[in-house]
Write a protein that binds this ligand. Structure first.
Ligand SMILES: C[S@@+](CC[C@H](N)C(=O)[O-])C[C@H]1O[C@@H](n2cnc3c(N)ncnc32)[C@H](O)[C@@H]1O
Length: 249
C-alpha cells in the first residue's frame, strides 16, 4: 500500500496545458533569462540538464536549442506525449519525482511550478534526496515554490485563472485552507473534439511551505549554498513564489 499523497491528474488537461500554459514567449522572455543569470552561465554548452515535472517540454526545447543535453521527467503520460513532439531530441522519463533514482550524471536539475504539488515535508525531502543523488558534484538544483511567509503579506488567497483559445478553455478556482496550508484547485476544462465541446473536471491539491521548512529539508539531504529569490523581483506577477538555488558540493 502506498502512503504517498495523490499526484494531480493532468491527463485530461494535457492538450489545454500544451496550448494554453507556459508559452514559448513566457519561457524565452521570463524563464530563460532568469536561468541564464542563476544557473546556465556556470555550465558549458553540452551540460546535462534534468527538468523535473517538465509538462509539455517547452522549456526543455528552449534549453536544447541553446546547446544543452536535455532530459525531462513527468508523471503524466499525456503530457510526455506532447513533450516528445515539442522537444524531439530530449530524453524523457515517466516517473513520480518522489520516487526516482538516477546515477549522479546531471549538471543541473530544474523544477518550475511543480513542487507546490508535494503535500508534506517528508515527500518534499524525498524529492530533494532524489535530486541530490542525480546531481554530479558541483551540480546545481533550481526550483520554484510558493512560500507561506509571503502569503501573510498579500490579499486573501482566493482567486481564479482562466485561459482560453478557439478550441480549449481551462478554468482553475483556488481556495486556500490556511490551517492546513493546502490549496484546493477546482479545475474545469473544455475541449472541442470533432465539433463537440467536451467538459473535464478534477480537483488538484497544492501546498505551500515556510522558508525554514524548505531550507531544513534541503540541508537534511546535503545541499549547501542555499539561496532564494522572490520571483516578483524578476518581473513575475506571483507575489509569493520563490526561486531557490542550491549546490551539491
Ligand atoms: C503546473 S505544471 C508545470 C509544468 C512545467 N514545469 C511548466 O513550467 O510549464 C505541473 C507539472 O508537474 C507534474 N507533476 C506534479 N506532481 C508530480 C509528481 N509527483 N511527479 C511527477 N510529475 C509531477 C504534472 O504532471 C505537471 O506536468
Amino acid at each position: 500500500m502506498s502512503l504517498l499523497s495523490p499526484i494531480p491528474n493532468y491527463e485530461p488537461f494535457a492538450r489545454m496545458q500544451n496550448e494554453l500554459k507556459s508559452t514559448d514567449e513566457e519561457i524565452v522572455e521570463g524563464i530563460i533569462p532568469l536561468l541564464e543569470h542563476l544557473v546556465l552561465q556556470h555550465f558549458p554548452k553540452g551540460a546535462r540538464i534534468l527538468d523535473l515535472g517538465c509538462g509539455s517540454g517547452k522549456l526543455l526545447q528552449q534549453l536544447y536549442l541553446r546547446g544543452y543535453h536535455t532530459t525531462g521527467m513527468d508523471a503524466s503520460k499525456e503530457l510526455l506525449r506532447y513533450a516528445q513532439i515539442n522537444s524531439p531530441e530530449s530524453e524523457f522519463i515517466l516517473s513520480d519525482i518522489r520516487k526516482f533514482e538516477l546515477p549522479p550524471t546531471f549538471d543541473a536539475v530544474l523544477s518550475h511550478i511543480v513542487l507546490l504539488f508535494i503535500l508534506n515535508a517528508e515527500e518534499l525531502t524525498s524529492v530533494f534526496r532524489n535530486v541530490y543523488t542525480a546531481l554530479r558534484d558541483n551540480g546545481l538544483f533550481v526550483f520554484t515554490i510558493p512560500l507561506t511567509d509571503w502569503f501573510h503579506e498579500i490579499a486573501p488567497p482566493i482567486f481564479d485563472h482562466v485561459n482560453v483559445n478557439d478550441e480549449c478553455a481551462m478554468i482553475e478556482i483556488f481556495n486556500y485552507k490556511p490551517e492546513e496550508r493546502i490549496w484546493e484547485i477546482k479545475v474545469t476544462g473544455f475541449e472541442l473534439i470533432e465539433n463537440i465541446w467536451k467538459r473535464f473536471d478534477t480537483i488538484w491539491l497544492r501546498r505551500d511551505f515556510f522558508l525554514s521548512e524548505v531550507e531544513a529539508a534541503l540541508e537534511k539531504v546535503g545541499f549547501t549554498d542555499i539561496n532564494h529569490y522572490r520571483l516578483k523581483d524578476f518581473g513575475s506577477d506571483d507575489d509569493a513564489m520563490a526561486c531557490f538555488v542550491c549546490l551539491k558540493q
